[in-house]
Structures are given as C-alpha cells and as structure tokens.
Design a binder for this molecule. Structure first.
Ligand code: HDL
Ligand code: ZN
Length: 413
C-alpha cells in the first residue's frame, strides 16, 4: 500500500512500535546469573548517571554516600532530584518514563508506592514484562572473563535465556596488560607480562576458548581517546597478533568503543568516567590494514561523530553503532542520526541501550525511537516531495534494517 506525505509519520510510528529490537550493547544478565541483573526502583534510582547528577547538589562525602545501604542512596537521590526540583535531565526523565510505562502513578511521587509494586514482582515476570514493553527481541550482554563472579557462571555450564546473547569484553588485555596477565596465568595460560615467548599464542588460545565457551557474537573493548596503533606497544601487539586474528578465525566483529577517559573523578566510581576526542585515523588504519576483519565502532565524543560517519563511507568492514552514553540525549541523538542518514543512508545501527538496569530498556528505547522516527519521517518527506513513491512494506523493511538486520547481516558477512 502506498504511503502519502500525510500518512508517513503514522505508518512509520506503527512500524517503529512493532519492530522487534535487537539491542547490540547492554550490561544486562539473565536471571540465571543470580544477583548480576540489576532491577527495581532502588537500582533505577542509583544508576551512576543519577549519582553524578545527585552530587551536583550534595556536599555529602563521596565515600560516606557509597557506604550507605542502596535504599538510603535511592532515597537521597529521589529527594534531591525528583522531590526538591523538576527531573528534566534525560536520566531523570527516564525514571518517569519507566514508572509511567509500568502503569504506576507518576504524579503521586510516592517512592513507597513504587517500591510496593516491585515487591510484588518476581524477576522472571519483570524480565518478560520489560522485554514486551520495550519491544526488545534480544539483547547482547557485556561478558567479562576478567570478572571472577562471571567466570564462575560460565564454568557452571548454565543454560542461558536465549534472549540474552553474549559478547566477549576484553578491556584489560588492551588497557591494563599486567592485570590481564594475572588472570590469564591464574586460568592456566602461559602469558608473561612482557608478552614474550608463547604469550601471543596463549592469549589467542584464551580468546578463542572464551569466544567458543560463551558463543560470543563479537569481541569488544572500551578504549581511551589516546588509543593508537601507530606504535609497537604491547597493546598494539595484542590487538594485531591476538584479538584481530581470533576475530577472523571465528568470523566475528571487533567492537571498539573509543573515547572514555576513565575515572577523572575516582571518588565517583562508575560515575567518574569522562570523555575525550579520539583520533579517527586509528579506525581508518585498522580498517585499511585488516580488510578481512569487521569493526563495530562507536565513539564517545560528539566531535568524533562526523568523521566516524565519513570513515564508514570508505570502509564496508566498518559498521557504526549507537549514540553512546553521554551522546544518548535527545538533542544529540537527533543531530547524529540526521548526520548518519544523510551520510550513510540506512547502513548503520542507530542505537543501543547500554542498559545497566533491566527497566532501562523501557525508557532508552522509547526515547530513542521517538527521535529516530522524527528524523526518518523528515527524510521520507524529502523524497516523497520529489514524487518518489513509498510503500508500507518498504517502511517496514527500512525499520527492520535499522533495528535488526544491519547487525545480523554484518555478523554473517
Ligand atoms: O564501557 C562501557 O560499556 C560503558 O557503556 C560503561 O559501562 C558506562 O559506565 C555506561 O554504562 N555507559 O552508559
Ligand atoms: Zn556499556
């Protein structure tokens, strides 16, 4: 059925509301990973984004705050950010969207009422409810073999909920090799701190064992603004001699998440990281030097976005994904998505949730789909104005491309 200019937004919204989303990067875990999946109102309120915003108003000693029970931390954040002033930030507004979509009385502003709702829920019920409300088909976890708690689960051969796919997160190998050596030696891999002898082969064995064990869809690392491959550092050797060869062997992408300045304020913990502009020439060099490798790339600095989109025009082995972390705000999602549609057409992955708490899936996808819909509707309007004809089926195909198939196709490439 043809879609006219007056109907394009209505048809697009219907397709955006019904598309089953593949969320390519989250910090969620299935219920089987007992205690690792964060959920419920106190976890929602103590999200590190909100902790950073709370300390804009609080003179409380950082360590004293973190020593408080989670419920007390949540009460301080609720009082400061939601009772004493209007919750207009994106992370604050996200809490309200979650409450609203769960059918709770947002106007009541009653933390106790919200806690009562969660006390009446089981985790498995909540996972089903949240995936349905967010229209999420499956999510990709961030699986860290350097985390002792997570290592234990994978050794236990647990059956993993099929909605939870895996990715192998390897930051220490690339940003803290001495720490990585400790873990690998402890796991029986003959790796030395100076990367000598059979270290490269042993790192490859470690990576290949874990990719197989968890059935990783991709390997990933968060990298600093100073990330470079124009040297002969151990980091560069590990990347070129171990990470990229194992990715090629398993035909999986390497996801580079570039631009994090870790712990600029150590006392804030997870909330203490910041952002810096990275060098796009590093991405270009890797895509040129390793045409057989596939690179998923997201960058944290707004200033890197245009050059990343242009780089993707040069390399079909480069897939841009998401408006990551400090970029996941409506004004920036709009700017970046428009730039990508204008530069790359539909050949990119517009968003990931980065959800840390189960219920984040609800607000992060609702907010992002609205903005992506606004921008895509405008682009459809522009081509319809030339006399181009658009069918409902084509809109459905375009939306599935953005929210599912660009990722799946890149994995199969
Ligand atoms: O390194 C990452 O995967 C980042 O997403 C961090 O986890 C960050 O703390 C975060 O949650 N961003 O949204
Ligand atoms: Zn993340």
């Amino acid at each position: 059925m043809l879609v006219g200019p007056d109907k394009v937004r209505e048809v697009l919204d219907a397709k955006l509301n019904s598309v089953e989303i593949v969320d390519v990067h989250t910090h969620l875990f299935p219920a089987e990973f007992t205690g690792m999946l964060l959920w419920g109102i106190d976890e929602i309120l103590t999200y590190h984004y909100l902790i950073a915003e709370y300390f804009r108003y609080s003179e409380l000693d950082y360590a004293e705050f973190f020593r408080l029970p989670k419920a007390k931390q949540a009460e301080l954040i609720w009082q400061t950010l939601f009772v004493e002033r209007s919750p207009v930030s994106e992370a604050q507004r996200g809490v309200l969207t979650i409450l609203q979509r769960l059918g709770l009385d947002v106007g009541a502003r009653s933390l106790e009422e919200y806690r009562e709702y969660f006390r009446g829920r089981t985790l498995n019920e909540q996972i089903d409810t949240v995936f349905q409300l967010a229209r999420v088909k499956e999510i990709v976890m961030t699986n860290d073999p350097f985390d002792p708690q997570e290592r234990e689960y994978w050794k236990g051969e647990t059956e993993v909920d099929p909605r939870f796919k895996s990715s192998l997160r390897i930051d220490p190998l690339l940003v803290n090799f001495p720490q990585a050596v400790q873990t690998l030696q402890g796991e029986g891999y003959g790796v030395s701190a100076d990367f000598s002898g059979s270290s490269a082969a042993e790192v490859r064995r470690f990576l290949s064992d874990w990719v197989t064990k968890i059935d990783a869809l991709y390997m990933a690392a968060s990298l600093p603004p100073t990330f470079t491959v124009f040297d002969d550092s151990i980091q560069t050797r590990v990347l070129k001699e171990c990470v990229l060869p194992v990715c090629r062997e398993h035909n999986i992408p390497f996801a580079m998440m570039i631009g994090v300045k870790k712990l600029v304020n150590k006392e804030l913990g997870l909330a203490g990281d910041s952002v810096g502009k990275a060098e796009i020439r590093v991405v270009e060099q890797l895509c040129t030097e390793y045409p057989e490798n596939k690179f998923l790339v997201t960058m944290l600095s707004r200033e890197n976005q245009h050059e990343l989109a242009i780089a993707a025009r040069k390399y079909r082995n480069l897939m841009v994904f998401g408006c990551w972390w400090f970029l996941n705000n409506p004004s920036l999602v709009e700017e970046i998505t428009a730039m990508r549609l204008e530069t790359l057409g539909l050949s990119f992955i517009p968003q990931h949730s980065d959800a840390r708490v189960l219920e984040h899936l609800i607000y992060k996808w609702e907010h992002s789909k609205k903005i992506i819909g606004d921008v895509l509707a405008e682009k459809y309007g522009d081509i319809l104005a030339t006399g181009w004809q658009l069918t409902e089926d084509q809109v459905q195909k375009d939306v599935e491309e953005l929210f599912q198939n660009n990722f799946y196709r890149f994995l199969r490439r």
